[in-house]
Design a protein around this ligand. Structure first.
Ligand SMILES: [Zn+2]
Ligand SMILES: [Zn+2]
Length: 138
């Protein structure tokens, strides 16, 4: 499936080819911290298909929750998370692109959850949380 999208400010634009079946929810604490949310959703994009405009800033956490150093790429202007990938020179085999930046996000339905042991305990019950279109005064 062709995928394309951009960061919040538009400085970084990305396109590539992704298999929707690789869409994954990650509950690890690194994803919680870096997203500011309870989990992150990503889809795997082969490096050979990935095209990008704008140069993302990168950060490598050498003590990632998994123990494997990962390059985290984000927009240097607006901070939007773009992808994570392996450490190394040049194009990497795969990029885990953040689904929230993609126009096709409605079609990228997660097929697996990982790092469930650090999932927020309420995350499975989110449908039961009272909801409305706008924020209500609490
Ligand atoms: Zn941006
Ligand atoms: Zn994670």
């Amino acid at each position: 499936m062709r995928i394309d999208g951009a960061c919040h400010c538009g400085f970084i634009a990305i396109e590539g080819e992704a298999d929707p079946k690789t869409t994954t929810i990650c509950h690890c604490t690194d994803c919680q911290t870096m997203s500011g949310g309870p989990f992150r959703v990503s889809v795997r994009v082969p490096g050979a298909s990935l095209k990008m405009t704008g140069q993302p800033a990168t950060y490598v956490k050498t003590t990632a929750a998994s123990g494997i150093p990962r390059v985290q790429a984000f927009c240097p202007k607006c901070g939007t998370a773009i992808y994570a990938t392996s450490v190394g020179d040049g194009v990497q085999p795969f990029y885990m692109v953040r689904v929230g930046i993609l126009r096709q996000r409605d079609k990228l339905v997660p097929t697996q959850q990982i790092w469930l042991r650090s999932a927020r305990p309420w995350v499975g019950d989110i449908a039961a949380v009272p909801s409305s279109e706008l924020a209500t005064a609490l």
